[in-house]
Ligand binder design. Structure first.
Ligand SMILES: [Zn+2]
Length: 176
């Protein structure tokens, strides 16, 4: 039965190389998160001519705005998806905000890993900033902050409103 999919297209050697790297990340470091924190991928197809190579990454189609009805929930799920990506050793390596996330049903996925790098995260959980961007955990000195996570939390909180930090339960720190 035909399935609707999303195609990410690259043209030219540099773009094709970047898409190859991205496809490799999806198939290796991010594989365990497919359908959880990143979209599923169905293969990279390379063709074109010697002068103009092209490539196409076939991905799960993610459309929907179900989560968008609740800005807080969208922000919360986006931060958790990013933390899961860091936990498997990938840094997105882009100034992150909600534009880098897509929704499918009630799920929120991080996308666009063209600039991503392998990363050993010292944190990989929400830092739980309050509305003043202060850590609200009991012992903030125990946290080794990850710059990308902290910046992303700030950006996303400022997009969805100041109530979000208080709604991230400490239980999510363990990414259950
Ligand atoms: Zn990290």
């Amino acid at each position: 039965m035909p399935v609707r999919a999303c195609l990410k297209y690259a043209e030219g050697a540099d773009e094709v190389d970047a898409l190859r790297r991205e496809a490799t990340l999806y198939g290796r470091e991010l594989a365990a998160l497919a359908g959880v924190a990143v979209p599923r991928t169905y293969g990279l197809y390379v063709g074109g001519t010697e002068a103009v190579p092209i490539a196409c990454l076939v991905m799960e189609l993610c459309v929907g705005a179900e989560v968008r009805r609740s800005a807080d929930e969208l922000g919360r799920l986006a931060i958790l998806a990013l933390c899961k990506v860091h936990a498997v050793g990938v840094m997105h390596n882009t100034p992150l905000d909600l534009r880098h996330f897509v929704m499918k049903g009630k799920k929120v996925f991080l996308v666009d890993f063209a600039l991503a790098v392998v990363h050993r995260c010292e944190n990989a959980h929400p830092v739980l900033w309050d509305k003043n961007f202060s850590p609200v955990v009991a012992a903030p000195h125990d946290l080794a902050e990850c710059t990308e996570l902290v910046e992303a939390e700030r950006n996303i909180f400022s997009q969805v409103g100041e109530n979000l930090p208080m709604k991230i339960s400490p239980s999510f720190v363990r990414l259950q």
